[in-house]
Design a protein around this ligand. Structure first.
Ligand code: FES
Ligand code: FE
Length: 457
């Protein structure tokens, strides 16, 4: 079934005027806009649902949510993954309550319908009564999510059968994703479990913070960094070379060659590890992306999947109403990293970006108040400024995607809100405007680009 777009929508241009670098506070609190987001964004876009390392054998499953829809992701006997709505097709009871595990199948608590890992209905309590009711069990399996696919260990799914392929959706952002998720043979894995916590903020404020808001770090996080981690946050404007890149609302901002500048990487063993692997990363990905590893950077894949390469924290900002999110947080490491390095990264992420992490508390307070003020009837109607770096687009570059010079730049935030508005306005994927003006693939010199050779900045 395709997604049915029927509801009338307030004119989204009133809330999101990117050419004039303006958004409205109303987008952070209006229930009607939130309902539209669930339908036109979370029911259509590719959403991150898990990492392949969480599924070692057939029957391994996790439960998560896509938007507010509960889903089960389960590894099949052939090594592929299927995603199902975690609701019984009899009366809709939740079928699986555990966050993860291994199962031969799933049995509903209510009337005992049971399903195998392929989602087929294979039995019921008092099954004879169904037989005498000419019941066709083959039509009443768990409802499968329309598409599921993965990129370098990251599993995404979409409810929309008409959605473009994951490859097309991610576009050239994969070139940058490789700097974290494919810098060593064997790729990455999640270590430890999933931390679930809540914040009273709108999901876009968190997603936009990771899409490209390094500006806040030196101010918001400075005191925590000095108190807890033994040093100030680096001055981003001092970095020699940094970029903001985006595509389809996804955004990655990064500085080059700043290993050791991320507060948690004051941990010398992690710095040493990153320097040790660098020659092999140059062989694998080229010098440019080797200079991205461990550096001051952040990324959001639209709409709500984010990570920080320096701290190796990965998270989903799960929407729970216009004023609330549930954070799902993991730690990602190279599979081939020594065990003590993996453990240092896990602990580092816990003291920075977790419910007990100092930086998470800093961010959470800001995000909650950005959301709370937007509830004021008059306050919500004030314009909010997203205009930093309006003239920083780089025409002449071999780097892929839409490339802007500098991290102190709101280009990625603008691209995020532009794509958000386009999705709310577009009744189908075919109707989506294409605002990408950069290269879909890296040019031949991309691996060696630096500000010295390419006239950047
Ligand atoms: Fe699941 Fe009835 S609701 S068996
Ligand atoms: Fe922050």
């Amino acid at each position: 079934k395709t997604i049915d777009i029927t509801d009338a929508l307030p004119d989204i241009d009133d809330f999101c005027d990117i050419p004039n670098a303006r958004i409205s506070g109303e987008i952070f609190h209006r229930q009607d806009i939130y309902e539209q987001e669930l339908e036109k964004i979370f029911a259509r876009c590719w959403l991150f649902v898990g990492h392949e390392s969480q599924f070692k054998k057939a029957g391994d499953y996790i439960t998560t949510t896509m938007g507010e829809d509960d889903v089960i992701i389960v590894r099949q006997k052939n090594g592929s993954h299927k995603a199902f709505i975690n609701a019984c097709p009899h009366r809709g009871n939740k079928v699986c309550f555990s966050e993860s595990g291994n199962a031969r199948g799933f049995i509903c608590n209510y009337h005992g319908w049971s399903f195998n890992i392929e989602g087929n209905l294979i039995g019921q309590h008092e099954s004879g009564i169904y037989e005498s009711s000419q019941f066709d069990a083959s039509k009443w399996g768990l409802r499968e999510v329309a598409q599921i696919d993965s990129y370098k260990g990251l599993i995404f799914a979409t409810f929309d059968a008409q959605a473009p392929s994951l490859e097309e959706y991610l576009g050239p952002m994969t070139w940058y994703l490789d700097a974290l998720f494919d810098n060593q043979e064997g790729g990455t894995e999640f270590v430890g479990g999933c931390i679930r916590s809540t914040m009273d903020c709108n999901w876009k404020i968190a997603a936009e913070n990771f899409v490209g808001d390094i500006l806040h770090a030196g101010w918001t996080h400075d005191s925590a960094a000095r108190a807890m981690l033994g040093g100030a946050v680096s001055k981003v404007s001092d970095f020699e070379e940094s970029y903001s890149v985006n595509w389809n609302g996804h955004g990655y901002e990064f500085a080059l060659d700043t290993v050791g500048n991320v507060a948690v990487l004051g941990e010398s063993a992690l710095n040493k590890y990153l320097h040790t692997i660098k020659p092999s990363v140059i062989d694998r990905l080229g010098e440019f992306r080797a200079n991205m590893i461990g550096s001051v950077s952040s990324c959001t894949i639209f709409p709500n999947f984010s990570f920080l390469p320096g701290q190796n924290t990965v998270r989903i900002w799960q929407p729970r109403g216009p004023n609330k999110i549930e954070l799902f947080t993991w730690v990602v490491v190279n599979k081939t990293a020594p065990e003590d390095i993996k453990e240092k990264w896990r602990k580092g992420a816990m003291i920075t970006f977790s419910p007990t992490g100092v930086f998470e508390m800093d961010d959470g307070e800001n995000w909650e108040y950005c959301t709370k003020t937007a509830r004021g009837r008059v306050t919500s109607q004030q314009d909010l400024f997203v205009g930093l770096g309006m003239d920083t687009y780089l025409e002449e570059t071999d780097l892929p995607a839409n490339v802007y010079s500098g991290q102190l730049n709101e280009a990625n935030s603008r691209a995020f809100y532009q794509y958000w508005g386009d999705l709310l306005k577009s009744p189908s994927w075919d109707a989506m405007p294409n605002n990408n003006k950069g290269k879909a693939k890296a040019g031949p010199k991309a691996s060696q680009i630096s500000d010295k050779t390419d006239g950047i900045g």
